[in-house]
Design a protein around this ligand. Structure first.
Ligand SMILES: Nc1ncnc2c1ncn2[C@@H]1O[C@H](COP(=O)(O)OP(=O)(O)OP(=O)(O)O)[C@@H](O)[C@H]1O
Length: 449
């Protein structure tokens, strides 16, 4: 048979499988030979070979036989890296394989981000345990390790901690840490400077690859494609990959399905929002560091508890608050008291006040009075609905920054004077009706939680 036969079959497969599948899976196959019913291809990675065999094998055999060839079985052999790349860019010379961490430069690793300085609590214990396991080295058990969670919850800290630990235990390993954005820029630069071979070789020669904030490649098609191939090559080579993102793989916007499914293949763990105990633990550990820096400063009892209670957004904000507090207290030469804390951090404290929405208020109030949300918002004027409606309006006015007309709009398009009347009525009842006063107190607390 000739290469032309394979080319014709490729065209048929493109029509049958679609352009995306074709470019991801069929195009990378390099026909090698057909011998005694066995058709052999060179493939860039084992993964591609396995995938094609499982998903498209029958179709390839079918079309080949339609063309008059006799194919019983497919075989895939992984090309040596030099060959793969040389085939893609015939004029470029193979780049030497980097041999040490210094030669592969990613982003610098922060030596302060270690396991020792990472405070473990319920919300992050699983992520911490998984990171520790990877840092302990040994055979790759889950690949990739995918860490995700909200802003400032310690993903980058854990990745750096792994890198720091690996550097200590196995200095010979090539550990590459970079953000997904840097990955993209390197890829674009390599394309522009016609250095794709160097790029591929660099990324395929690492022992541990860490990519931070991978959600960034969502919607960037060529970068995703390259990331996918890098990923597969490393997994095939039993190299550890560690990925972080702000959300689970399945929820990353505009990320190709095949990448989502690859990212889910290993261990996916999330860092939950911090709880009070974890925040307090983090503050205590940071204070120890500051105590060495500012030996003359005292911190009054209750301050850390107050901060852990009031700043619940993320650890970065918590750290920033503490830094500011110590700097301020050392400038004025005073003990860090609750009063000084409130003065110094008034903006941070205000910003992290929990924002309650009118919708949340409506939901909580309707649950509390056991009525349907639609009845509370709707036009019915019977007292069973009207009183809870007024309570919700009152809470919306006092707990949110919405104006009366805005609140009216959220209550089925009512006029602002109706809202004003409702708010006034509850203000009066609060004083005369203890049941209403209790209801308000209960609801307010539930909404502030
Ligand atoms: N459990 C923890 N113990 C100690 N420090 C922590 C902990 N969690 C977070 N931090 C600190 O909080 C700061 C923010 O953490 P980090 O940069 O790792 O967050 P991230 O999850 O990567 O956030 P982003 O999504 O913004 O990249 C860092 O200074 C980090 O050291």
């Amino acid at each position: 048979m000739t290469n032309d036969t394979w080319a014709t079959v490729q065209t048929k497969l493109k029509g049958a499988l679609g352009a995306n599948n074709f470019s991801s899976w069929i195009q990378p196959l390099e026909f090698s030979k057909l011998n005694a019913g066995v058709m052999t291809f060179h493939v860039p990675t084992n993964f591609i070979g396995n995938y094609v065999s499982q998903n498209f094998g029958d179709q390839i055999i079918y079309h080949m036989n339609q063309m008059g060839e006799s194919v019983r079985r497919l075989e895939f052999t992984v090309q040596s890296q030099t060959r793969t790349v040389a085939a893609a860019t015939p004029t470029a010379a193979p780049a030497p394989k980097p041999t040490s961490t210094q030669e592969i430069s990613g982003s610098p690793i922060d030596s302060r981000f270690t396991f020792d300085t990472f405070v473990v609590g319920k919300p992050n214990e699983l992520a911490h345990a998984a990171a520790r396991r990877v840092a302990d080295g040994g055979p790759v058990t889950f690949n990739p390790l995918f860490l995700y969670g909200g802003v400032g919850l310690g993903k980058t800290h854990l990745m750096h901690a792994i890198a720091n630990e690996l550097k200590l235990r196995s200095p010979e390993l090539n550990v590459l840490y970079l953000s997904a954005e840097q990955f993209m820029y390197r890829f674009i630069t390599a394309l522009r400077e016609r250095k794709m071979m160097d790029f591929k070789q660099l990324f395929r020669s690492v022992d541990v690859l860490m990519v931070d904030d991978v959600q960034f490649i969502g919607g960037k098609d060529s970068t995703q494609e390259e990331f996918f191939h890098t990923f597969n090559a490393l997994v095939d080579g039993q190299k550890q990959i560690i990925i972080s993102a702000d959300r689970a793989p399945g929820e990353i916007k505009d990320l190709e399905e095949r990448i989502k499914s690859r990212l889910q293949c290993g261990l996916v763990v999330d860092l939950h929002p911090t709880d009070y105990e974890l925040r307090l633990g983090i503050l205590q550990s940071k204070v120890e560091v500051y105590a060495a820096q500012y030996p003359d400063l005292a911190i009054a009892p209750g301050v850390l508890e107050f901060l852990a209670h009031r700043i619940s957004t993320n650890v970065r904000v918590l750290e920033g608050a503490l830094t500011r507090l110590f700097a301020f207290a050392s400038l004025v030469g005073r003990e860090i008291t609750l009063e000084l804390t409130q003065d110094c951090l008034s903006d941070v404290l205000k910003a992290s006040d929990r924002k309650v929405t009118v919708e949340e208020i409506q939901r909580k109030v309707s649950e509390h009075y056991n009525i349907r949300l639609s009845d509370m918002i709707g036009p019915k004027r019977v007292r069973n609905y009207a009183r809870p409606r007024q309570v919700a309006m009152y809470l919306a006015k006092t707990m949110t920054s919405r104006s009366l007309p805005e609140i009216g709009r959220r209550f089925g398009g009512r006029d602002h004077t109706t809202v004003m009347h409702g708010v006034r009525r509850i203000e009066e009842l609060k004083v005369t009706d203890s049941q209403i006063a209790d209801d308000l107190e209960l609801l307010r607390r539930a909404l502030e939680e």
